[in-house]
Ligand binder design. Structure first.
Ligand code: FAD
Length: 525
């Protein structure tokens, strides 16, 4: 069936002209190829759907948005672009990128959310005799939040590795890494999938895994959308716990914070917490950046008299969680917690904890989303900066960045916690700093409504200053969710992995059709 256009949304003649390019009267070959079952939106409607992202700092006009019904439609869009002179194709997950990564100026945007319901099926890995590791096959356009709810309520199972916020698509996070407080144990989300269906930049629909078409499998994981569009992922599952004890403990000294965090993530499986994260906050009563951001319940108060005299402008919080079952007694949970916490050197009296259902714990950021939507900061720009910094350099980074450049906070969380390189697969396209332990640093800036454009520019400039400082001082770091504008910067980012990235591009998307918003390659003419 030829795709149908939503005539309502045409707001002017140029929109109509765009459609002609897509549907039939053009001479660039697109028309013959774009033969799909799903919907197509052009002009203003396309810009409404895919012209902006969560970052709110980029705005582009796609030629059209395709809402596919499945992989064949997506392949149709890629083939249409291949047969044109200049069209590109961007998969759009939930558009939660910061710097226009899922946009396509003048190109086709494939709205993956229209495929969200495809494929949901739970099974067991072959060779486990039916009693081994469970998995779920899920659409690349499904939200992690939906996956959580369905897996837990229908099967009592859950994925092992998460992001903090779950309003993100499976394909979107797998194209980066997908990191949260479980990654020290299970690795990022890219280490927790065993098979993918992918539409390559050649327009082929390919199933891949470690054993089958493995080069494509590892290229796509962490591949920034450059090699293919993930239409199905096989995600590993584990039995879902019923409850979580969620704990925050405070440190005045960064050294002690990192020593304890590193000790916790280096313990053998099962002998640590199930989740380890951390954040930096301002030593003051600022409601957005300071003490009030630490307690986990309205009944809890942060008592600053418990802080040592020596404490500085910023403080550090370890955030921990332990899973348990309804059938576990309180005293056994207490015992497991105390055995671990007794080893840690946080500031006495600055410990907060709550017990809550597992699903509520994983959906904890949804509450922040609701608050931000009410106060308007969900819609304002988000000049976020995410980096991986080696253990070797995290002390210098903290002195310069946390203690100096952002000592008054960023209007949102400033995450910092350790991860283990051995839990990441070197064959994926992700690049990391050297050494077994490295830190994720996330400056999640929120801007008040009504802030001037110039104040957002200043925050962007401060992010650049941090990156420049890292480069100049030889800090071993990589941007996470990277965004660069020049070829030189991408080459530096990938380092000795650049040639592999280029070779993979030549193999799977030789015309550079895919994810132009990442600005790594230009569409071949
Ligand atoms: P999009 O932004 O739509 O797309 C991202 C990139 O992937 C684009 O290049 C796009 O073309 C490509 N892409 C999208 N879908 C596919 C697909 N199916 N196949 C191939 N390529 C595709 N990240 C973490 O790791 N941990 C966190 O805790 C975390 N928390 C976050 C919280 C918030 C509030 C936000 C806004 C982001 C957070 N992120 C986190 C970052 C997030 O993982 C990335 O921004 C991710 O890309 C967003 O997913 P998305 O589905 O919106 O993808």
């Amino acid at each position: 069936m030829i795709a149908y256009i939503e005539p309502y949304f045409l707001d002017n003649e140029s929109d109509a002209a765009s459609i002609l390019n897509v549907t039939g009267k053009s001479s660039d070959g697109v028309s013959e190829s774009l033969n799909i079952q799903g919907e197509i939106f052009c002009g203003g409607a396309a810009a409404d759907i895919a012209g902006k992202d969560f970052g709110g700092m980029n705005c582009v006009k796609p030629l059209a948005v395709v809402r596919p019904v499945g992989a064949e439609d997506i392949a149709g869009a890629v083939r249409a672009a291949l047969s044109s002179d200049k069209l590109t194709v961007a998969a759009r997950g939930n558009g939660h990128s910061i710097n226009g990564q899922s946009m396509a100026e003048g190109g086709l945007v494939v709205d993956m959310r229209s495929t969200a319901e495809n494929h949901f099926e739970v099974g067991f890995l072959a060779g486990d005799g039916g009693s081994g590791t469970a998995f779920v096959d899920v659409s690349g356009g499904a939200l992690w939040e939906t996956l959580l709810k369905r897996c837990v309520s229908e099967y009592g199972l859950a994925p092992r590795s998460w992001t903090d916020y779950l309003g993100l698509t499976v394909g979107g996070t797998l194209s980066n890494a997908g990191v949260s407080g479980q990654a020290f144990r299970y690795g990022p989300q890219t280490s927790n999938v065993t098979e993918l269906d992918v539409v390559t930049g050649n327009g082929d629909v390919v199933t891949c895994s470690e054993m089958e078409n493995s080069e494509l499998f590892f290229s796509v994981l962490g591949g920034l959308g450059q090699f293919g569009i993930i239409t199905r992922a096989r995600v590993l599952l584990q039995p879902a716990p019923d409850m979580v004890r969620w704990i925050r403990i405070v440190y005045a000294e960064f050294d002690e914070f990192t020593r304890d965090a590193e000790w916790l993530v280096s313990q053998k499986d099962e002998s640590s917490f199930d989740y380890v994260e951390g954040f930096v906050f301002v030593n003051g009563d600022d409601p957005v950046n300071g003490w009030p951001t630490v307690p986990l319940h309205p009944d809890q108060d942060f008592d600053p008299t418990r802080l040592p005299q020596s404490s500085g402008s910023v403080l550090y919080c370890l955030e921990l969680a332990l899973h348990y079952r309804d059938s576990d007694s309180n005293s056994s949970v207490d015992k497991r917690v105390e055995r671990l916490i007794g080893r840690l050197r946080f500031d006495e009296g600055l410990r907060f904890e709550v017990d809550l259902p597992y699903v509520d714990f994983l959906l904890r950021v949804k509450r922040s989303e609701e608050i931000a939507k009410v106060n308007g900061t969900w819609e304002t720009p988000h000049p976020w900066l995410n980096l991986f910094v080696s253990k070797r350099d995290i002390g210098d980074f903290e002195q310069k960045v946390f203690k100096e450049l952002v000592k008054n906070g960023v209007g949102g969380p400033m995450l910092v916690y350790p991860l283990l390189r051995s839990r990441w697969d070197d064959r994926t396209s992700v690049v990391l700093p050297e050494g077994e332990i490295f830190y994720i640093v996330a400056l999640l800036r929120f801007v008040p409504p009504g802030a001037k454009a110039s104040s957002v520019d200043k925050l962007v400039a401060q992010n650049q200053e941090i990156v420049q400082w890292c480069v100049k001082n030889g800090i071993d770091f990589k941007l996470y969710l990277p965004h660069y504008k020049s070829r030189e910067e991408w080459i530096r980012h990938f380092g000795n992995r650049w040639s592999r990235f280029v070779d993979r591009k030549a193999m799977f998307d030789p015309m550079a059709i895919l994810s132009p918003g990442q600005k790594v390659f230009n569409r071949a003419l």
